[in-house]
Ligand binder design. Structure first.
Ligand SMILES: Cc1cc2nc3c(=O)[nH]c(=O)nc-3n(C[C@H](O)[C@H](O)[C@H](O)COP(=O)(O)O)c2cc1C
Length: 348
């Protein structure tokens, strides 16, 4: 299955505002879409399916209102944990099908029948991966694209360097790859494309936007933090993830205990209860998160930075827009990778 990665030109820059548990909201997603950035949220941020249905109704109404105002919004995406341990996902998927959600961001499992159901209504599925093996499984099962979650990403993260992961995954597919992990500026988006990715995924940078569900404490914890404050651990919920170390201490856990907890074990489960409310996740790009902006302001800033960076890169490379070559296994020739200098409808 192939599809237009600009979604009819509605995506003004190749960027997805990534889904974040208890942070992303429909208001945030709509605001991003209205500026030409793909907005998203996880289904599991909602406590019940009825609340999730309400969010989807809100999106359908909001997207229509934008169209009525003459704005063609970027599509929005929903994140579904499609693992058998998530009993809710078949019902949540059914709601996405009813609402014809354009893009589904799947994580954890990669069941073939999920991708088939998404394709049947014309949807597109991007699957989270953190290794070449994950990528192979997702591609075999029918994912339309991959989200390469690298070391330094916020939330549940990967461990691999982005160059290493992208190069390995590019060896096995020409399908779209979304790059995730510490991307924070428009220049980073250009860099992701130069590396061979098709889209960028930004989470941490969007946490403190006005429309997010992040608490005041969360926002304050981000401002002034830098990469050295981010702790990688599996000790809080069993998955590799990045958290702000000071928030772990503020929540009453001993940082040394957390660091000493071997993989496969959870640190002091009693004390860690309620951790998502008081222990704050952030990626290593947190040093670029310094102020509360509206989602629209942040998107506009990133769009302007992206445009400037394209020009700057072209100048640095001696006037050519060609920024590299892409080698794909089984091909006899290298494929030239060119930064998209304009999108058909926006005149960017
Ligand atoms: C607070 C927080 C919550 C997250 N929750 C989810 C989630 O529910 N589902 C998911 O697929 N990814 C989740 N992520 C990961 C993001 O979707 C994305 O991969 C990551 O933020 C990208 O790295 P960055 O934060 O360095 O930009 C979360 C990230 C953060 C920071």
């Amino acid at each position: 299955m192939t599809f237009d990665l600009t979604f009819g030109g509605s995506l003004r820059i190749p960027l997805i505002a990534a889904p974040m548990f208890l942070v992303s909201s429909p208001e945030m997603a709509l605001a991003a879409c209205s500026r030409g950035v793909m907005g998203s949220f996880p289904a599991h941020s909602t406590r019940t399916r009825a609340v999730f249905a309400g969010w989807l109704d809100q999106m359908t109404r909001g997207m229509q209102e934008l169209r009525d105002q003459g704005i063609e919004p970027a599509p929005y995406a929903v994140n579904l944990v499609v693992h058998r341990t998530n009993e809710r996902y078949p019902g949540d998927l059914e709601l996405c099908i009813q609402h014809r959600v354009s893009v589904i961001l799947t994580s954890k499992g990669a069941p073939e029948d999920v991708f088939r159901q998404i394709h049947d209504y014309g949807g597109v599925a991007f699957h989270d991966i953190a290794s070449r093996r994950h990528a192979e499984k997702a591609l075999e099962a029918g994912a339309d694209g991959l989200i390469a979650v690298c070391g330094g990403a916020g939330g549940h993260c990967g461990t691999l360097n982005p160059f290493a992961l992208l190069n390995e995954v590019r060896e096995i597919t020409d399908k779209p790859i979304v790059l995730a992990g510490s991307l924070s500026t428009g220049r980073d988006i250009v860099a992701a494309l130069a590396m061979g990715a098709d889209l960028a995924y930004m989470g941490t940078r969007f946490i403190p936007v006005r429309e997010s569900l992040a608490s005041e404490d969360y926002r304050s914890a981000l401002f002034g933090a830098t990469a050295k404050d981010v702790l990688f651990t599996t000790a809080l919920d069993g998955f590799p993830a990045n958290f702000l170390a000071p928030s772990i201490e503020d929540a009453g856990l001993d940082l040394e205990d957390v660091k000493a907890t071997p993989p496969g074990q959870i640190v002091d489960p009693g004390k860690a209860r309620g951790r998502y409310k008081r222990i704050f996740s952030a990626g290593q790009g947190v040093g670029m998160v310094n102020e509360v902006q509206t989602t629209a302001e942040l998107c506009d800033e990133l769009i302007a930075q992206y445009r400037e960076a394209r020009v700057a890169v072209r100048e640095r490379l001696g006037g050519s827009a060609v920024v590299g070559t892409r080698r794909t296994r089984g091909r006899s020739r290298n494929q030239r990778v060119t930064l998209p200098l304009s999108s058909p409808s926006s005149g960017n």
